[in-house]
Design a protein around this ligand. Structure first.
Ligand SMILES: Nc1ncnc2c1ncn2[C@@H]1O[C@H](COP(=O)(O)OP(=O)(O)OP(=O)(O)O)[C@@H](O)[C@H]1O
Ligand SMILES: [Mg+2]
Length: 274
């Protein structure tokens, strides 16, 4: 496989009111084209910081070192503090935990999705609306014609997340980053959204970075799992290996917290859903 993305020695420091937090400490990681990678770790381990760094969305006050390189022919860039090039837009679709981050409360959702498609794919408004309608169908909103005209507040949390996913894939990105995209949803809706993401990723041949604090959920979707702890990449391996033969004590602890000492049921679940 080819690396879509090569992250080398990525360090991110935040400075706030004189206090310095090193959120990422020299992360190196290749993301293969077409793979489904999960990034897991407890709250504060640096998962969102990693995702935001890749998408070029870090807070301005963040101090960044190291490099993030894209597969040729896309130009590579070095993420030093002074040469930070946002990479968002076409190549990356980003789904946040809270869909309000990506949805404008005073604009019909159809227009919001159409706007993404129009801007990045050079479509006319008419073409972009047709695309938005198709996308709303693909994320399985029951009446995509009516959904086009709906405002975010008229939709449930799960429906809003579906719209946010439609907007995230509207520009035909290579990489879809889902940062705790299902964490605020109840278990049933969570399972539906995970299944939706799996389907879209397969259909469009997207590369997926699925970020979660929940190792069990991540294992149902990912082929590889990266484990972050206190800003360090403590373990990276195939889902199978991580579940059955975790090398790092912290990974074992995350598994034990879910399952007691037996990781087998998780693996069965992953096999069943593949
Ligand atoms: N904008 C910011 N300013 C200052 N510190 C920040 C900022 N964003 C994150 N941090 C700090 O960086 C560290 C990593 O945070 P990050 O949000 O990346 O973790 P996370 O793994 O995504 O956590 P969660 O599971 O709660 O979303 C934490 O100590 C956090 O307090
Ligand atoms: Mg986070």
């Amino acid at each position: 496989m080819t690396a879509l993305l090569s992250i080398r020695d990525l360090t991110v420091r935040y400075r706030r009111e004189g206090v310095e937090v090193t959120a990422l400490k020299g992360i190196s990681l290749d993301v293969e084209a077409g793979e489904r990678l999960a990034i897991i770790g407890e709250s504060g381990s640096g998962k969102s910081t990693l995702a935001l760094a890749v998408a070029g969305l870090l807070a301005e006050a963040a101090e960044v070192g190291g490099s993030i390189e894209w597969q040729k022919p896309r130009s590579s860039h070095s993420v030093t503090a002074s040469h930070f090039q946002p990479l968002g837009g076409r190549d990356i679709g980003f789904v946040f935990q809270d869909p309000s981050f990506s949805l404008d409360p005073v604009m019909p959702v159809g227009k919001q999705i159409a706007e993404v498609a129009r801007t990045h794919l050079n479509l006319t408004w008419r073409e972009a609306y047709a695309k938005a309608k198709t996308l709303l169908g693909r994320v399985r909103l029951p009446d995509s014609e009516a959904a086009l005209r709906a405002y975010p507040h008229q939709l449930s949390g799960g429906q809003k997340q579906r719209v946010a996913i439609a907007a995230a894939i509207a520009a035909a990105p290579k990489l879809l980053i889902a940062d705790e995209a299902t964490s605020a949803l109840d278990t049933i809706v969570q399972a539906e959204i995970v299944s939706l993401i799996r389907g879209l990723v397969n259909e469009d041949g997207l590369t997926l970075a699925f970020i979660s604090h929940d190792i069990a959920l991540a294992a149902t979707l990912a082929e590889r799992i990266a484990v972050l702890r206190h800003g360090e990449l403590v373990e990276l391996g195939d889902t199978d290996q991580i579940l059955n033969a975790p090398r790092h004590a912290y990974t074992r602890m995350l598994l034990d917290a879910h399952l007691g000492l037996d990781a087998k049921p998780l693996l069965d679940r992953q096999g069943a859903s593949a």
